[in-house]
Design a protein. Structure first.
Length: 201
């Protein structure tokens, strides 16, 4: 079966682009070589990357995401903003910072295929960046779908979230972000002891 999308169609695991669209080949996660994602340049041009920006709580992850989204949109670009449905502290599909700034987002549940969602939204109007809040709650397949968006569609993905829980154990989403992300960045904040916060209480 062929699925139509903004670049043409998906058939037998490959994206066949429409006229004048760049060729995209979906990532084969069954391949033993899929961990080698060195894509700094393609034909002399820098390509999109998957960014994982983590921290403990109260470090400003959500406000940072909202700020990045604003900067893109201020320049006339379109962003796809996602948040897991399990995080309903301020309502499903709502990203809220502790300083009172909020933003609506598309809610992602366990069954959501983020790649298909991206293709659907990108068909309406080109998406320049994907932003994900609370990415620690994502499942393995969600992270792999984000990888496909980066590698196949050359669209950057910035994911924000915790790395470990109060037991100092990795969340599922955090684990696979550490596996697949091109850039891993810590957003630092201060512990009550005055040092760098590393644990979630």
């Amino acid at each position: 079966m062929v699925k139509e999308n903004h670049t043409g169609s998906i058939k037998e695991g490959r994206l066949f682009p429409a006229k004048a669209a760049p060729l995209c080949i979906l990532v084969d996660f069954a391949s033993p070589f899929h961990y080698n994602r060195s894509r700094i340049e393609r034909g002399g041009k820098k390509v999109a990357q998957l960014y994982y920006r983590y921290s403990t709580m109260n470090a400003g992850k959500s406000i940072e995401l909202i700020k990045v989204a604003y900067n893109y949109e201020e320049r006339g670009k379109r962003v796809l903003v996602l948040t897991p449905s399990v995080d309903d502290r301020y309502g499903v599909g709502v990203i809220a910072s502790r300083i009172g700034v909020t933003r609506e987002a598309i809610s992602v549940n366990e069954e959501t295929n983020i790649l298909e969602l991206f293709m659907k939204e990108n068909k309406k109007a080109p998406i320049d960046c994907v932003l994900v809040d609370e990415c620690q709650f994502l499942k393995k397949h969600h992270v792999q779908e984000l990888v496909e968006i980066v590698d196949s569609c050359d669209t950057p993905v910035l994911a924000y979230g915790l790395k470990n829980d109060f037991k100092n154990e990795l969340f599922e989403g955090s684990y696979y972000m550490l596996v697949y992300a091109d850039k891993i960045e810590e957003i630092k904040t201060i512990c009550c002891c005055g040092g760098n916060a590393t644990m979630v209480a």
